[in-house]
Design a protein around this ligand. Structure first.
Ligand code: AOF
Ligand code: ZN
Length: 402
């Protein structure tokens, strides 16, 4: 096993992230005698899988090895099983980084290959890196809910804005550039109505608008990752991202007045969620809002509690093929996801400044004892300009469950 080939497969997988949902992004590399013969990545959902792309690009691959970032599938989904194509191609050995958490596959792909005489190895040391690329898929496939990344830029005293609400800017240009790169990998970004009104954000991915100095900073050997060697973070810092996908804009909570001149409403790439009881109340009390609501992409949520509301929003998004979403403000929005137990990942940019007072990134009901705080696990840290980028997850990636 040569880990450099799996490095390539993982890089390809990262390159496809955000372009395949709700299918996981996978990379495959075919090797003969220590030389790469062909590579492939997962196509848009419903089209070909990474292994099929690599086999298709490889000519005669009899006797070759395949390195793939996820166990090859063995079921008929929207496409036929990759295992059958691998068997037919004459590939003699498969290195798979991790098992597929999809119960339809989950080890059966490996078994199918072995039954046909193909040697399969799962090199454990690479499983961790592959796992971080499919965390969202795992939640999606096992719970049919969208994976939530809570992103914040905070001061050393943990504020996302001063006491007057000013927040331009907490973090460095380098950090903001990375946020645009993260957006390119997200299926959706979510804001609350206060952020809509106060910031009028675009919420698109515009890394090209940053200076060459910032772009070069990450390419010039500053891309060290400390703590867990997280593939998503590693690639985020230094890979070329050639395709910038624009995420769906999601607004949770309708403001009392809908101002269509907000950038959020500039085209159809948005959706608004509001609780059914509140929407009915609004509509009874405002004729203006009634005509505005007719023009909105709005989904009403029939929920009685906050946790129920957030759960239904994440199920509705998952139904629409949204596998990943990033919370982009403000504190109340993150607070309601926190209270609902639906923050799966955090990325905090910690800026070297102290504001003395101001707004918290998570305004929730809170916990009475420090021991009840949400633990953040599998932590990685990197530098972004003068800021520290801190990344972690709610859950430890559990390989045994699969
Ligand atoms: C692979 N290679 O590149 C990906 C896989 O509906 P389908 O046919 O597209 O199958 C989707 C399932 O296949 C998905 O839920 C996951 O288990 C697996 N994804 N498998 O062999 C790939 N993206
Ligand atoms: Zn497949």
């Amino acid at each position: 096993m040569e880990s450099r080939f799996m490095d390539t497969a993982l890089e390809i997988a990262f390159g496809r992230m955000g372009l395949t949902s709700p299918n996981p992004a996978v990379g495959a590399v075919i090797v003969r005698d220590g030389t790469v013969v062909s590579i492939g990545g997962t196509g848009p959902c419903g089209s070909r899988h990474a292994e099929i792309a690599a086999i298709g690009a490889g000519g005669d691959v009899t006797g070759c090895d395949m390195y793939v970032s996820l166990e090859p599938c063995c079921h008929y989904g929207k496409t036929p099983p990759c295992t059958d194509a691998i068997i037919a191609s004459g590939i003699k050995k498969v290195y798979a980084a991790i098992l597929d958490p999809n119960p339809a596959v989950a080890g059966k792909g490996v078994a199918r290959l072995r039954d046909s005489g193909i040697e399969v190895e799962i090199p454990g040391m690479l499983s961790q890196r592959a796992a971080d690329l499919i965390r969202a898929f795992k939640k999606y496939i096992l719970r049919k809910r969208t994976f939530v990344l809570a992103k914040s830029a905070v001061t050393l005293d943990g504020r996302i804005a001063t006491r007057t609400g000013d927040s331009k800017w907490v973090s460095s240009e380098h950090s903001r550039y990375l946020v645009h790169r993260i957006r390119a990998k997200m299926d959706a970004v979510i804001i609350g109505k206060n952020t809509l009104l106060r910031d009028d954000p675009m919420l698109d991915s515009r890394p090209d608008s940053f200076s060459d100095g910032v772009k070069r900073y990450f390419l010039e050997n500053r891309a060290d990752v400390f703590g867990r060697d997280n593939q998503f973070l590693r690639s985020l810092l230094s890979s070329e991202i050639s395709e910038y996908r624009q995420p769906l804009r999601v607004l949770v909570g309708l403001p009392g007045e809908v101002d269509f001149s907000r950038k959020f409403f500039r085209d159809d790439g948005y959706i608004v969620f509001e609780r059914k009881d509140r929407l009915d109340h609004f509509l009874r009390n405002s004729t203006g809002l009634k005509s505005a609501v007719m023009r909105l992409n709005i989904v009403d949520i029939d929920a009685r509690t906050n946790a129920e509301e957030i759960g239904l929003i994440l199920e509705e998004l998952a139904d629409r093929g949204i596998m990943t979403a990033m919370l982009e403000g403000g504190g109340l929005l993150a607070g309601s996801f926190f209270d609902a137990g639906e923050i799966d990942q955090v990325i905090y940019f910690i800026a070297p400044k102290i504001s003395g007072n101001g707004i918290s990134p998570v305004i929730a009901a809170g916990k009475d004892e420090m021991g009840l705080s949400l633990p953040v696990r599998d932590v990685s840290v990197a530098f972004a300009g003068g800021d520290v980028l801190y990344l972690g997850y709610k859950d430890v990636y559990n390989f045994e469950m699969m």
